[in-house]
Design a protein around this ligand. Structure first.
Ligand SMILES: Cc1cc2nc3c(=O)[nH]c(=O)nc-3n(C[C@H](O)[C@H](O)[C@H](O)COP(=O)(O)OP(=O)(O)OC[C@H]3O[C@@H](n4cnc5c(N)ncnc54)[C@H](O)[C@@H]3O)c2cc1C
Length: 644
């Protein structure tokens, strides 16, 4: 909408553009002016190394100034009413633009994908469609996934209830309150595509993210459909009625049975917390808790703290508390690669927040660039090279270069402690073999004289003492279990009984979960799961984006069921089997099956259950629309189809 440009608005844009990211500004310029010379020398950014924003793009200062000046003029003209010259660049142009913005060639299949991310094509379908009277969907869980489903169901005009056992929304972002809890994916990417936010930090901590999810649930007005403090205990498919019965129980113990045509499980992956199997743990006489159950108001100030486990939660907690405790002993179970990220802990400057709020094209391109950096960019480097000479330490030449880069980084960070600690902290497995963690001061923390990293196995616990294999006994006041979650047993918080009467647990032989597109399983008609098996982007990136793609697929299915009068849809056995064989075959060539490494991605049989072998762009294509030939379908059986 045209707007008079006041001196104050002009000043605010000028301040913002002075700090803005040059590669992103170039994309804004191309779209606003239609001038493609901004994609040519001398304005082409150099390739960024690492995961930083590459703010200057490596342009010489004169060219940077030119870009900023032209961007200011173009943005002010657009604000004053000049139409966007190139509102929807062609797919070819988008690939060229993204390649320039990243300083490296981006494959051609990213055209449609980028168009969708920029909002040029429908990504999430908010258009209403007609469903039969009484038709109802039940969503289990109100974390990121459940909210995404709820918002789309509401927009489509489909009746639904969400059942959430916690007193509020947010899932892991409500539950995990340990010091330092936060994202390792930047928030301008780790947020819903349909709900941009005025982030205070580039990588926010738990409270800000939880606040965002609370805001989203209110802004989209879905809370009225959520039954909080209510647990789903058991669901069973009723073949004759083509519906699911859903047994729930509220906080006062009152049981109720709901009925729904469709169930969308959004029960999460990172639950329940698990405790290690250590002799004497139950007899610990000091304070003790799991990171995911950090007690409200608990303090570790001035105390001797022991942490068992050094995965993602510990990497966030330990640096956050190191200066408050009397001593901190970390019992390392396996080591991890952790990458530098320059934006950690940094606030988004006010001026840049203004630009994100006021210039949607800038915000969209900033996010698209993050998507490339954090999602798919590294994927090619995660494949094994059968001719590679050093399979003991890396997968291929590029992965070996990553090893050299990260090793040097660790040496630099450990400083004068490098000789003492390097062997302890440096993994022998290739970089990216486990989810790459972000270094929020972990290596520097190890230089703190109060901190001790113990890599000897814990033998047993006696009273308030941890005794390691070499016989050393260390006392502590507080024992923190940073030992993760039972992720391999997906959907373990309620029982799911399929058409044949068999449970999902048995179908999956307990911990060998498989699903077509990580979403549907034969024998479980009209049952869709979000964040199901083989969906985690193990190479990094935002899970929210994956969930949005799943929700888009499910909404397409619901619309098709409604349009065609279908009462039940069940994925075909052979489609499911073919898909999972392909997933397993892909994994055989990827880093997560590298020998000599155990991860939470992989079950005892050695099968990768959690990670996706696919790039986001592949999953985008796979889930773009439902092919009903993949399903056995049944027509709706008349008016006996009732909701509860
Ligand atoms: C500490 C931490 C940091 C993370 N950081 C990142 C990151 O930086 N980037 C990233 O992409 N991902 C990250 N993740 C992964 C994260 O799990 C996902 O990004 C996302 O939040 C998952 O959302 P969800 O809704 O699928 O699951 P959850 O957040 O687990 O929500 C599931 C919900 O279902 C409810 N529920 C479960 N069972 C029942 C039942 N039987 N009855 C009723 N309600 C039930 C739960 O109470 C919960 O509210 C992180 C995870 C953790 C634990």
């Amino acid at each position: 909408m045209a707007e008079a440009i006041t001196p104050s608005i002009e000043r605010r844009f000028a301040e913002a553009i002075a700090l803005a990211n040059i590669p992103t500004l170039l994309m804004v310029l191309v779209q606003l002016t239609g001038e493609t010379h901004w994609l040519e020398e001398p304005y082409t950014p150099i390739r960024q190394s690492g995961m930083g924003d590459n703010d200057s793009g490596g342009l010489d200062p004169r060219n940077q100034a030119e870009v900023r000046e032209a961007a200011l003029e173009a943005i002010l003209a657009w604000r004053a009413g000049r139409p966007v010259a190139l509102p929807a660049p062609s797919e070819d142009t988008l690939v060229k633009m993204l390649s320039v913005a990243m300083g490296e060639p981006v494959p051609e299949e990213y055209g449609a994908f980028t168009a969708a991310q920029l909002g040029q094509t429908t990504f999430l379908d908010h258009r209403p469609f007609d469903v039969p009277e009484g038709y109802k969907v039940v969503v289990i869980g109100a974390g990121v996934s459940g909210l995404c489903a709820a918002i789309n169901l509401q927009a489509a005009g489909v009746a639904f209830d969400v059942i959430e056992r916690s007193p509020t929304v947010g899932g892991v972002w409500w539950e995990n309150t340990y010091p330092g809890a936060g994202v390792d994916t930047p928030n301008h990417l780790y947020s819903f595509s349909f709900a941009p936010y005025d982030w205070k930090q580039y990588f926010c901590l738990r409270d800000e993210l939880h606040g965002y999810l609370e805001d989203v649930s209110r802004e989209f007005d879905v809370r009225k459909h959520i039954r909080f403090a209510t647990t789903v205990e058991r669901i069973a498919y009723q073949d004759a009625r083509q519906t699911w019965s859903i047994e729930i129980r509220d906080a006062d113990g009152r049981a109720e049975v709901l009925e729904a045509n469709v169930v969308i499980s959004a029960a999460g992956l990172f639950n329940p917390p698990i405790e290690p199997d250590i002799a004497g743990l139950d007899g610990w006489t000091g304070e003790k808790w799991h990171t995911a159950r950090w007690p409200d108001g608990a303090t570790v100030d001035g105390k001797r703290v022991a942490i068992i486990g050094n995965g993602a939660s510990c990497m966030q907690t330990a640096p956050a508390i190191q200066d408050d405790v009397e001593s901190l002993t970390i019992y390392q179970r396996s080591n991890h690669w952790a990458a530098p990220f320059e934006q950690f802990g940094k606030e988004v400057p006010d001026a840049v927040r203004f630009l994100f709020r006021e210039c949607p094209i800038y915000r969209a391109w900033y996010r698209v660039r993050l998507g490339w950096t954090f999602n798919d960019r590294v994927h090619a480097a995660l494949h094994k090279d059968p001719d590679w000479d050093h399979p003991d330490r890396s997968l291929n030449a590029q992965n070996d270069a990553h090893r050299a880069f990260f090793t040097q980084y660790v040496i630099d960070e450990l400083g004068d402690k490098a000789d003492e600690l390097l062997d302890k902290v440096l993994p022998t497995y290739p970089p990216f073999g486990k989810r790459m963690l972000m270094d929020n001061g972990w290596y520097r923390m190890l230089r703190n004289p109060r901190v001790e990293l113990v890599d000897d196995r814990i033998e047993r616990i006696e009273a308030n003492t941890v005794i390691t294999g070499d016989g050393t006994a260390r006392e502590a006041d507080v024992l923190v279990l940073a030992t993760g979650f039972d992720v391999l047993r997906l959907i373990s918080t309620y029982e799911t009984i399929g058409r044949s009467g068999r449970t999902l647990r048995d179908t999956w032989e307990d911990d060998n979960a498989k699903a077509y597109l990580g979403t549907v399983v034969p024998d479980f008609p009209n049952f869709f799961m979000l964040y199901g098996p083989n969906l985690q982007p193990g190479h990094g990136g935002s899970l929210i984006f994956v969930v949005e793609m799943q929700v888009r697929y499910i909404m397409d299915m619901l619309a098709k069921m409604a349009a065609l009068g279908l009462g039940a849809v069940e994925v075909r056995e052979e489609v499911h089997a073919r898909y999972n064989d392909a997933v397993d075959a892909e994994h055989e060539n990827m880093v997560w099956t590298h020998p000599g490494m155990s991860t939470y991605y992989r079950n005892d049989r050695g099968r990768i259950v959690i990670n996706s072998p696919y790039r986001n762009v592949d999953f985008f294509e796979l889930t773009r629309r439902v092919d009903l030939d993949d399903y056995v379908t049944e027509p709706r059986r008349g008016s006996e189809l009732l909701a509860g």
